[in-house]
Design a binder for this molecule. Sequence first.
Ligand code: HEM
Length: 120
Amino acid sequence: MDLPTGLPYPGLGFLLTLVFGFWLSRRGRPYNGLLFNIHKLIALASVILAATRIYQLLKPLDIQAPIAILLVISALSVVALFLSGALMSANQGEYRTIKLIHNASPFILVLSAACTAYLL
Ligand code: HEM
């Protein structure tokens, strides 16, 4: 079976990550292990798929500084999501601040990705 090109899988994965994130959050702490692992693994798979697709899309292009800056912002928000998620699950650090970072990062990610798509 031929897999369609484009970004449907990372996009769908991102939506599923959000759904499982809200579900995990609603169940409260201590976190439900199954929901936590599904949330984390879908996030990881989506990031790998998205990074592969973006690399393929951008490889033949001459990247301008604004796009490079937006890509760095997107990458940093992904790092922030994984670090904050890991810290919350390990019960480390100041929970309210870390959760705020985890809640704000998806907005920064979507905004920087949308601006990148617009500039391309
Ligand atoms: C693309 C990556 C990710 C996105 C977009 C994302 C998004 C979300 C969202 C929207 C919530 C619900 C927050 C709320 O209801 O206030 C959430 C909760 C959570 N996520 Fe993520 N997440 C991502 C990756 C991760 C990773 C990699 C981990 C673990 C290493 C993780 C751990 C958690 C935990 C522990 C919660 C529950 C927080 C709480 O309410 O106490 N997340 N996530």
